[in-house]
Ligand binder design. Structure first.
Ligand code: G3P
Length: 214
């Protein structure tokens, strides 16, 4: 299972890389706006520090505009992947870009057939947003299960990025389902390593060691 980090914060990305837990990065306009810096400079820095794929989202809403932005973003680095929203215009753009050899990640997926359509159009990745479904009392992980089954049924190579992850249980469930990738916010990445019994165990070992070490 690949771990992507869901952030536009370069310091968080570097910390994740130091732990060997960054197989790629996903950004979006909201994450870039949190950085309060020139987004073009932030994007270039992320592309330069990360070896794996970096998803960068288009702003245009028409296919032609999306393709124009996508070509410029793709030219910034061989690891740039273009995030395209799941709309009719988006699917047209995915088709065009895929024929040009530009990798796309279809975002804002909330039902399994949207993922099927994106895969048929030639998307390299699909991003179901599970946390936002949980927020409205739908079982977000249910669509991941369906998408994985549909892709296996037909042998699609499109990879499933479980997105909008809010907690460690989301990562556990994504792994149990065999999802290709989880894109994880930095705070959740750190939570994944913690257990209170681990801390209690370390304290006890150190205390017992001190009792025999003069
Ligand atoms: O990768 C998509 C993700 O950034 C959306 O997360 O928490 O805004 O639903 P969230």
């Amino acid at each position: 299972m690949k771990f992507f980090i869901d952030t536009a914060n370069v310091e968080e990305i570097k910390k994740g890389i130091a732990m060997g837990l960054v197989d790629g990065v996903t950004t979006n306009p909201s994450l870039l706006s949190k950085e309060k810096k020139d987004p073009d400079a932030v994007i270039k820095e992320i592309l330069s520090v990360v070896d794996g794929p970096v998803s960068l989202e288009v702003i245009a809403t028409d296919a032609e505009g999306m393709c124009g932005e996508a070509r410029k973003l793709a030219a910034l680095g061989p690891n740039a992947v273009i995030k395209i929203p799941m709309t009719e215009e988006g699917i047209k753009a995915v088709r065009t870009l895929s024929l040009e050899g530009i990798k796309t990640n279809v975002t804002l997926i909330f039902q399994p057939v949207q993922a099927l359509i994106a895969a048929k159009a030639g998307a390299a990745y699909v991003s179901p947003f599970i946390g936002r479904l949980d927020d409205i009392s739908e079982k977000g992980m249910g669509i991941v299960e369906d998408i994985c089954l549909i892709f296996a049924n037909y042998g699609f190579e499109t990879e499933v990025i479980v997105a909008s992850i809010r907690n460690p249980v989301h990562v556990l469930e994504a792994a149990l389902l065999g999802a290709d990738i989880a894109t994880i916010p930095f705070n959740v990445l750190k939570q994944l390593m913690n257990h209170p019994l681990t801390n209690i165990g370390i304290e006890r070992f150190l205390k017992d060691w001190q009792s025999i070490k003069k």
